[in-house]
Structure formats: C-alpha cells, structure tokens
Design a protein. Structure first.
Length: 365
C-alpha cells in the first residue's frame, strides 16, 4: 500500500471524526444533558469503514459511491438538526471581540505571574488553552451553528479532494466533480441559512423540520460520483432498447438534470414557494432565489428536451442508413465484436456461394 494513499485515507477520516465530535460537544453543551454524547458512537461506523477500506481496497475509493462521505453525513447531520431545532436567541453582536479581549488579558496576567522556567511556561500554555476553550463556550449558539454548517460543507469538498480515488475515476473527472461540489455547497448553505433565519419560520416547528428534511435530502448527492462518470453498456440485445441507449450515452448529463430537478433546485423551489404562497413570507432575497430556482429548473428541462431530440435524430439517421446503433460509451471490444460478427458473416457468404451458382455446368464438360 502506498504511503500517501494510506496517509490521505487516515487523515481525511480523522478530520471527519473530529468535526463530528465538535458537533456532538456543542449539542451536549446546548442541551446540558450528557446523554447526547451517545451521538459520538456513530463514529464507530466510520472507523469500521476505514478498516474495511484499508483491508479490501488498500485505502482507495469505490466506483460511483464514497462510503466515507456517506458515513460522515450520518455522524454530523443529527447534531446539526438538534442545534437548529434548539436555536438560541442570544445577542451575538460583540461576542467574538470579547473572546479576543479576555484571552489577551489572561495571557498578560499569566505571563506576569508565571516564572521563566519550563514548568511555568507549560502551565502558562495550559491555562491559556483552558481560558480560550471556556471563552469559545460562551459564544452564542447561532454563531456556533452557522460555523458548523460552513465548516461542514467545506470539509465535504476538501475531504472528497483528499480521499484517494479509485481506478474507475480519473483526476480530470475528480476536478470536475469538486468544482460542481463547490457550487452545490454554496447553494445548500444559502438555502439553509436564508430560510431558517426568517423569524416567522423559527416560530413554526413544522416548517423547521420540513426545511431541515429538504436540506438533508440535498446532502445525499455528495457521496455519489455519477455526475462525471458514464455507466457501462451491456452487450445483450435487451440492453439495446432506446431508453437503455439514451441512459448509456447521456448518463452523466441525465444525472445532473435529475439532481437539479429532484434533489436540489426543485425541492428548494417548492419550499420557497410554500413560504411565499401559503405563509405569506416575503423578502428580497427569498424572491430572488425563488426566481433563480425557477430559471435553473426551466433550463434543465430545456436541456433534457435538447438531449432527447438529439438522440432521437441520431437513432433515426442510423436506422435509415441501416447501421447498428451502438452506444458510444460501450467498450471497444463489444463494438468490435458486433462489427466483427457482421464481417464474419460476409466472409462466410463469399467462401460458400449459394447453391444456385453450383448448379451451373462447368465449361470442361
């Protein structure tokens, strides 16, 4: 096993575990109940996945799916749910500045009273760290929750970048996937923060649960790599039907359209439309992002129509010419086999002429 592959696999999963433990710590501090530390047991699933990946895949990833990202979602999403439901009402105006002032004062007092020896220096560092942690605990809940949301989405992108890739995905495909994830993460963060910050939404627990459910549903696209990979085509005759050929040829494009319509922009548009239409909640940003979702959904439907018409024209053109309609993403051996089969039939036809020609009398007789 390569050293860099092992290091990337372990470091990335360690970051996932540490971030999820910070989320559990915040839930325990907010709820003031030690029983919520049981959420940390979810990280055992990630530890088990790490061992299995190192043993059977030598630390590398899988095709189309990332178990580490999926298990990280399982570890951190419950903590974010609890923090959003227990949304605090503390005033957050001067809290970050207060942290810096208090820590600097403590550092000054400790540096003045402590001795110059090594024991005094170590004690000074420990006391400063304790003060810093205590001051972090006093930051209001809204700042902590937003910071966890932001670091969560950033860690998804960075973690997917650091995780070792499998043999099925190239670095070019990975770079495309990461660029898509950056834009997706920004849209998801905007949806969660913009809708949950509305005062009327905070008063309705049903709306909070519905928004969090849609937010969780949109997260399920991150463990999947179908946005940049084509599925394989089967060589059987039943797989050469029109829907199968369409899915084979445009699998990545169809997946992107499906994600936009059913996982991200479509559900986001429905939630925002309900907020404006049923609950009469209006603000400038809500109207703008609703219009943006409408535009994206319309463009995705237009793209789907263009793909369908282009594929239909290609199939009709090949059928008129009498060509075999093979999937362009089908392995070369499969296409060569189909072409070679036709060539063998032609050779057999030339080698063994029809019986009618054999009845022609020879000139020697």
């Amino acid at each position: 096993m390569e050293l860099m592959v092992l290091l990337n696999a372990l470091v990335t999963r360690l970051l996932f575990v540490l971030h999820s433990l910070i989320g559990v710590w915040r839930v325990t501090a907010v709820k003031k109940e030690p029983k919520y530390w049981l959420l940390a047991l979810l990280n055992l699933l990630l530890c088990l996945e790490t061992g299995l990946t190192l043993k059977f895949k030598q630390g590398r990833g899988y095709k189309w799916f990332s178990p580490a990202i999926f298990l990280y979602l399982i570890c951190i999403v419950p903590s974010l749910w609890l923090l959003e439901i227990h949304h605090g009402t503390q005033y957050c105006g001067n809290e970050p500045g207060a942290v810096q002032v208090n820590v600097s004062n403590q550092d000054f007092n400790q540096s003045r009273d402590s001795s110059h020896g090594s024991e005094g220096t170590d004690h000074h560092i420990i006391q400063t760290a304790k003060v810093f942690v205590n001051q972090l605990s006093t930051i209001c809940e809204t700042v902590w929750t937003l910071a966890l949301h932001q670091t969560f989405l950033l860690l998804l992108v960075v973690g997917r970048w650091l995780l070792p890739i499998g043999v099925e995905i190239t670095r070019d495909q990975l770079s495309q996937l990461l660029l898509m994830f950056v834009g997706t993460a920004a849209d998801i963060l905007e949806f969660a923060s913009e809708t949950l910050d509305i005062e009327d939404v905070r008063k309705n627990y049903a709306l909070i649960n519905a928004i969090l459910a849609v937010w969780t549903w949109s997260m399920l696209q991150f463990p999947l790599d179908l946005a940049v990979q084509h599925i394989g085509c089967k060589t059987s005759a039943s797989a050469r039907r029109i829907p199968s050929l369409l899915l084979c040829r445009y699998s990545a494009e169809l997946w992107n359209i499906g994600v936009s319509l059913f996982i991200q922009d479509g559900p986001f548009f429905i939630v925002r439309s309900i907020l404006m239409g049923h609950f009469r909640i209006f603000n400038q940003m809500l109207v703008f992002f609703t219009a943006k979702n409408i535009l994206v959904v319309t463009l995705q439907l237009y793209r789907l129509a263009v793909i369908t018409l282009d594929f239909r024209a290609t199939v009709l053109q090949k059928s008129r010419k009498g060509e075999v309609c093979c999937c362009p993403c089908e392995p070369y051996e499969a296409r060569a086999h189909a072409t070679g089969h036709q060539e063998n039939e032609m050779k057999e036809f030339v080698a063994f002429p029809p019986k009618e020609e054999s009845r022609v009398p020879s000139e020697d007789h």
